[in-house]
Design a protein around this ligand. Sequence first.
Ligand code: SAH
Ligand code: SF4
Ligand code: F3S
Length: 440
Amino acid sequence: MTAPKTFAVKSFGCQMNVYDGERMAELMAADGLVPAADPAHADLVVLNTCHIRERATEKVYSDIGRLRKDAAKRGAVAPMIAVAGCVAQAEGAEIVRRAKVDVVVGPQAYHNLPALVAKAAAGEAGLDTDMPVDSKFGHLPARRRVGPTAFLTVQEGCDKFCTYCVVPYTRGAEVSRSFAAIVDEAKALVDAGAREITLLGQNVNAWEDEDGRGLDHLIRTLDRIPGLARIRYTTSHPNDMRQGLIDAHRDVESLMPFLHLPVQSGSDRVLKAMNRSHTTDSYLRVIDRVRAARSDIALSGDFIVGFPGETEAEFADTLRLVGAVGYAQAFSFKYSPRPGTPAADMADQIAPDVMDDRLQRLQAALNRDQAAFNAAAVGRTCDVLIERKGKLPGQMLGKSPWLQSVHLIGNHAIGDLVTVELVEAGPNSLTGRMPGRIAA
Ligand code: SAH
Ligand code: SF4
Ligand code: F3S
């Protein structure tokens, strides 16, 4: 196989995978490859995979098959394929054996991607799913150009071992990146055009520096970077929500009033079986403290319906919790048994039609609350960070502090912060108007 000249990265799954995908693209660019004008015709395709729910693995195999078939149809040579991300970590050599891909690289080893690609070009399949003590971050090239909103991974891995979840196995133990490395990268991102940075981690609020200072210390430091207008962070665990971080929501102006705090279930029996190590009550008390610090905060959550043994009454407890919190937005999923996790072997797996029904009812409640949250924002004046052009002429799209999509008509550049009045709400977005204007 000849050495690839062009590449494309396709990322699935969470925002941390999006971040990793960007870093892999930067690595390959630094190695002399160029992004393919048409990703479907790239010489090297990196599939940056997710393992969190069912069929992820099968999807990777079918993607690989399709890439090869499409190339054959065009009479072109099949692209070199690199499988990265959490399926790569979970399946490892099995992918090389089954799909004969050229490279398999895990989420903690992708700094070795250029070397693995070179090895593959020389005819030898490359596999690296190590989780080295010496982290990949020190081996990645500097950030160059980014959009107005950028991701920055500050923490990786998970020690919580919820019984349904693969993340502790695919991403390894909880590790915090060093304070200095994060601040340097944040400055580089701002120099490269970012106005908003979202700090990422599987348990981002478990981040701490060498002296045990928490995420609030990092946020207060980043707040002082000139040109950085907004800071966000995700995903947090209820048990790691320290008071310092809650206080930062009260006093740090650039910290946006938004908190994604997954709870998964409103039943204490189910939470225990999930090994969540919090109760509905302790979760609600965290929410109360957060709201006391920042009354307008938008709350978001993750939910799983149909965990093994979940009864109708336990599911009703989840609906009750949703009603008590009033989420601005949320993600909800049907439980998916993951190979190697304790819950996959539990008795009383829930029938698919019961899960479907519960998911529908939960989503109806969450949609109702999201619409209510959006409707309640009408009449507020707020800043919108312009992220891109809209479909209509003169239309621009951006985000409110509460992470709502806002469209407006105006002559703005991407990256501008524009003060608008929110004048109309839909279920998924709002309309903003420059104060003083008659029509949007
Ligand atoms: N670390 C974060 C999120 C991890 S994965 C946290 O603990 O909150 C993102 C979401 O995927 C989880 O919050 C959970 O709702 C969902 N998820 C994880 N494993 C799942 C599984 N086996 N089946 C269904 N949903 C799952
Ligand atoms: Fe998975 Fe639980 Fe860790 Fe979140 S806290 S990544 S759900 S094991
Ligand atoms: Fe998926 Fe891995 Fe993220 S399993 S959700 S890509 S941590």
